[in-house]
Design a protein around this ligand. Structure first.
Ligand SMILES: Cc1cc2nc3c(=O)[nH]c(=O)nc-3n(C[C@H](O)[C@H](O)[C@H](O)COP(=O)(O)OP(=O)(O)OC[C@H]3O[C@@H](n4cnc5c(N)ncnc54)[C@H](O)[C@@H]3O)c2cc1C
Length: 532
């Protein structure tokens, strides 16, 4: 692995020459070619928009970053046509085990795919650089998308109707005038700093050692977590399998350490051997120390500058909510920007992005803060509570759900989104998916429900609607012709003949009715497009 400064290189791409004109215009400009910027670019490119991504580096970075990608992220990438290569390369897992002390039996285990019969697994493990390569290869197929390598944003003048962006390259500076500027430029976002905006929240005083190592041999594709193991007494440790015989070992080290010393091979090796056995044969891939914060911006939309991913919010890695949360932002933003750029929705639709992405960020921050507090109790009382939970979990099932080694990322619902049309109080939905929640997958005779929903507004029905034919502007998926009343696609949505769901382009439920009239559907559609 090469190393440029402190950033290791996965693949050298080389700098993109600056444009011939020193002043360019664009409709939408993405800053940052990490997984979030690339996912958003792919969505916009597939919807037919010209997209430019500016990336500070002229290489794909390696090192130890995200590896765990959730089912929701896989569903999003499936909609964007990149789930197949991700699944092909990644390590699929559904089971997590939690151990305590030297006991080889887990005190607790959990299944990340409690609802079976869905196209995507609960989780996959795949190095972030592989994900970025897959997204880049997909983008490469769109002539309307381009990534500019070695182009760094160094100045911004934000206006009410756009932004003027100064870009530095090795061959000189130039300027882009853009209608929409999307900041996907990571935790140290230049866009955020240049606009004088800040994060709010907590910084945690703890250090974790990541040892990505290469080792042959078979072990289960499961997430293994230890509290107080003999090889890291009083602290925690984590083991994940990655492709290419690479394994991620993660050891809590505490606050008061010498970071350079901690990653010296002779100091890492005892941890590795302690976890995997004294005779284990391995080679180091990348050793690093990370600390973390649980913080977010007060607002993600600042006139025509929009923040997504780590530039907008940060969480602890316990729960794999950072990148998964950022991909969810891209998914939420893509269809809204598409409608706005087409002139089919007002710019005010982005207020719903601000609302929904903040609900998701707060949920991710809450969950990852709780996990962190359980891992490193801050008071004697919380230490006693944690030890009691761990002590009871082996014998008493009621205590197991309280074991918190990281509640892993799942899709977040937006119960109070301004885009939701609430249920009619007279409608009875003992089963089904309420407005503001993500659509659930189910098998169909020739494929999967989410696959059929695609990336546009869809009216999902069971048979003909009494007095209301679906509006021509939206797609219609009638399950009656392909499913019986007991099929999972029908029962998971609690569909009865004549009832309907309006599903958004990001596959969230906008509204549902037992017996809709045309005005119900038209009203819900208008609301979901920003008439709220
Ligand atoms: C050790 C570790 C383990 C993690 N594990 C997981 C996990 O398993 N699952 C998970 O979901 N998350 C995980 N995360 C978090 C995850 O890595 C981040 O959430 C994710 O990288 C965020 O993606 P992003 O695209 O928002 O930002 P980044 O990946 O940081 O990408 C930002 C991009 O912006 C570019 N850039 C920055 N400034 C400029 C500028 N001025 N001009 C142009 N370009 C610029 C950078 O070069 C970079 O390409 C982990 C993080 C760490 C540190």
């Amino acid at each position: 692995m090469a190393n440029q400064g402190t950033v290791p290189v996965w693949r050298d791409v080389g700098p993109t020459p600056p444009p011939v004109t020193a002043m360019e215009e664009s409709k939408s400009l993405i800053v940052g070619g990490g997984p979030v910027g690339l996912t958003l670019a792919l969505d916009l490119a597939r919807r037919g928009h010209d997209v430019t991504i500016l990336n500070r580096f002229d290489f794909v970075a390696a090192g130890s970053k995200a590896i765990c990608f959730s089912k929701r992220t896989l569903d999003i990438w499936a909609r964007l046509g990149v789930a197949a290569p991700v699944l092909e390369k990644g390590v699929v897992w559904n089971l997590g085990k939690v151990f305590r002390g030297a006991d080889p039996e887990p005190v607790y285990q959990f299944d990340m795919l409690p609802v079976k019969d869905q196209r995507m697994p609960g989780f996959i493990n795949l190095q972030q650089y592989h994900v970025e390569e897959i997204l880049l290869a997909a983008l490469d197929r769109y002539p309307n998308a381009s990534v500019r390598w070695g182009h760094e944003v160094v100045g911004i003048e934000a206006r009410t109707d756009g932004a003027t962006v100064e870009v530095a390259t090795a061959a000189g500076h130039y300027v882009i005038d853009t209608e929409w500027l999307i900041a996907c430029d990571g935790s140290r976002s230049s866009v955020r700093t240049l606009l004088g905006l800040e994060f709010q929240g907590r910084v945690f005083e703890d250090n974790f050692l990541i040892a990505d190592i290469r080792m042959e041999g078979e072990r289960p594709s499961e997430r293994w977590f230890w509290f107080d193991p003999p090889f890291n007494p009083g602290r925690s440790a984590l083991l994940h399998k990655q492709p290419d015989h690479v394994w991620r070992l993660d050891f809590q080290l505490g606050w008061d350490i010498d970071k350079e010393d901690a990653i010296r091979p002779e100091n890492v090796e005892p941890y590795v051997r302690g976890m995997l056995g004294p005779d284990v044969a391995f080679t180091p891939e990348w050793y690093s120390i990370y600390t973390f914060q649980c913080r977010r911006m007060a607002s993600f939309v600042h006139r025509h500058v929009v923040f997504a991913g780590d530039s907008a919010h940060l969480v602890s890695p316990f729960g794999a909510r950072g990148c998964n949360g950022g991909v969810a932002d891209a998914d939420n933003l893509g269809w809204k920007l598409d409608l706005i750029l087409q002139g089919a929705a007002p710019a005010a639709l982005l207020a719903s992005y601000d609302h929904e992405a903040i609900v998701a960020a707060d949920e991710n921050i809450l969950q990852s803060t709780r996990s962190t507090d359980f891992l490193t109790p801050k008071t004697r009382a919380s230490q006693a509570l944690r030890d009691a939970v761990l002590g009871l979990a082996g014998e008493c099932s009621f205590a197991r759900p309280f074991v918190n080694s990281g509640r892993l990322s799942t899709a977040v619902s937006y119960a109070d989104s301004p885009l939701n049309t609430p249920d009619d109080p007279e409608d009875n939905w003992p089963q089904g998916i309420p407005p503001g929640s993500p659509a659930l997958d189910a098998p169909l005779p020739n494929g999967w429900l989410l696959e059929r929903l695609g990336g546009h507004f869809v009216l999902l029905t069971l048979g003909q609607l009494e007095g209301a034919s679906p509006p021509e502007a939206i797609a219609h998926l009638d399950l009656q012709s392909m499913c019986g009343p007991d099929d999972l696609a029908v029962s998971r949505y609690g569909l009865l003949p004549g009832s309907a769901y309006l599903i958004r382009p990001d596959q969230y439920v906008a509204g549902r009715w037992r017996r809709p009239v045309p005005a119900d559907i038209a009203g819900a559609l208008a609301r979901a497009k920003g008439a709220f």
